[in-house]
Write a protein of this length. Structure first.
Length: 272
């Protein structure tokens, strides 16, 4: 199965670029968009349906999908817009295509990467737009780091359940936030501020190593884990899981210019 993978297209900050179409489109079986396509996930669904009406599309919301709206409400609207179509909006939900199970969630983070989750939550709450521009509880409350943390634990529980299920075919996880610490060998890594790293990444490498049956069935890690959010390009293996990211990032600001992540490949396809 050929997977056309991208994330962080950020249509709200993109001028003069569109999804490759016609002959410029790669050969693929399933398009996967790992979040930050556009604020308001229902608009993301519409954009995808207009461009890819003829193949399954898997769409996971990023943090930016919830900007200017209620995080749960926008996902519900997106799922309603996608119902009965070829677009699958996944939030703690799986879909089977052929013999491959695709499990998706935004994921958020546990804020624990630097060893002090409390401090990381205070810093993130103070400095990140995620905790200024998103509403929750039917618009009544501001979305705060503790809401993100709760959503993270719920998503990790969901992913573990999927990994414990007996399965014939492959398991592909799609999350927006990163499931591993910085993997780049380059000094400075992906260039994100390390103080904010705990709001971008969690260390979930324990879920990438097979574990024997503890009464819930053996844990069989995902064959492939696709993520976004860090605006980098990644293709590496941790334990039993191949990790892939192909994020565009912001830009181009004007037609003919390039985007944030110089390594982004709009036609990136891998075979599983
Ligand atoms: Fe992004
Ligand atoms: Fe993001």
């Amino acid at each position: 199965m050929r997977l056309w993978i991208m994330s962080d297209v950020h249509l709200e900050l993109t001028r003069g670029w569109d999804l490759p179409s016609g002959d410029a489109r790669p050969n693929f079986d399933v398009l996967i968009v790992a979040g930050d396509l556009i604020p308001r996930a229902e608009r993301g669904v519409k954009w995808l349906l207009e461009r890819v009406p003829d193949r399954p599309v898997i769409y996971v919301g990023g943090n930016h999908e919830a900007y200017g709206t209620d995080i749960q409400r926008t996902l519900e609207k997106a799922m309603a817009a996608a119902a009965g179509t070829n677009v699958h909006v996944l939030e703690n939900k799986s879909v089977q295509i052929g013999d491959v199970t695709f499990s998706g969630c935004t994921l958020w983070t546990d804020f624990a990467l630097n060893g002090d989750a409390h401090r990381a939550m205070v810093v993130a709450g103070d400095r990140m737009n995620d905790f200024k521009k998103i509403r929750t509880a039917a618009y009544r409350q501001r979305f705060l780091p503790h809401h993100a943390l709760t959503r993270h634990f719920k998503s990790v529980a969901f992913l573990k359940t999927e990994m414990h299920k007996a399965r014939e075919g492959k398991l592909v996880i799609i999350s927006h936030h990163a499931p591993v610490p910085e993997m780049s060998d380059e000094p400075g890594g992906s260039g994100n501020d390390p103080t904010l790293d705990p709001a971008f990444r969690s260390d979930l490498r324990r879920l990438m190593v097979p574990a024997p049956d503890d009464g819930r069935g053996a844990l069989r890690p995902a064959d492939l884990w696709i993520f976004g959010h860090t605006h980098e390009s990644v293709d590496t293996t941790v334990g039993a899981t191949r990790l892939v990211s192909n994020a565009k990032g912001y830009g181009p600001w004007n037609a003919g210019e390039t985007w944030d992540n110089a390594n982004f490949n709009p036609n990136y396809v891998i075979e599983i």
